[in-house]
Design a protein around this ligand. Sequence first.
Ligand code: HEC
Length: 146
Amino acid sequence: MKKVFLITAFYVTALLCVTAQVKKPQPKVVANNPAASIQRGKAVYQKECLSCHQADGGGVPRLNPPLYESTTISGDKKKIISIVLRGMTDRVPIDGEYYSNNMAAHAELSNQQIADVLTFIRASWGNKASAVTPAEVKAVRGVKKK
Ligand code: HEC
């Protein structure tokens, strides 16, 4: 009897392992946010943005703003595209807080990379905003800053 139990337990465990492998955790896909863009954007984020905005998007108090629960991130795409392209040094409050560090310009990134990283941010840490496309980045890049 014990043997039967052990054999059954073995098969159940094996089956669970197989199912677990089949059901690999997929990146969370929000409507309009192609999973591939989010995946590429995560890599760009880790290389270019993580040092200031941190792995969890939480930023550093009074130095670098968090990128979650931010009205800007989920808001006007043109504004955040412009911030990534041209940086941000204004001493303006972001959701009621001031941040003393400067946001560097990242114009050297391609339109695709900027679209990907913003798509990733807009789909992460509780943000649920639509994807940003390379064409939208291209349009903002073409406009001179006032
Ligand atoms: C050197 C540190 C640093 C790096 C690197 C950096 N940021 Fe920032 N970022 C900041 C700071 C500081 C601010 C706020 C600037 C201010 O208040 O004038 C900011 C602001 C922003 C904002 C506006 C936030 C809001 O709610 O208005 C966005 C969007 C943003 N960063 C995205 C990015 C992305 C995407 C990257 C990577 C491509 C990146 N940042 C890399 C420091 C950084």
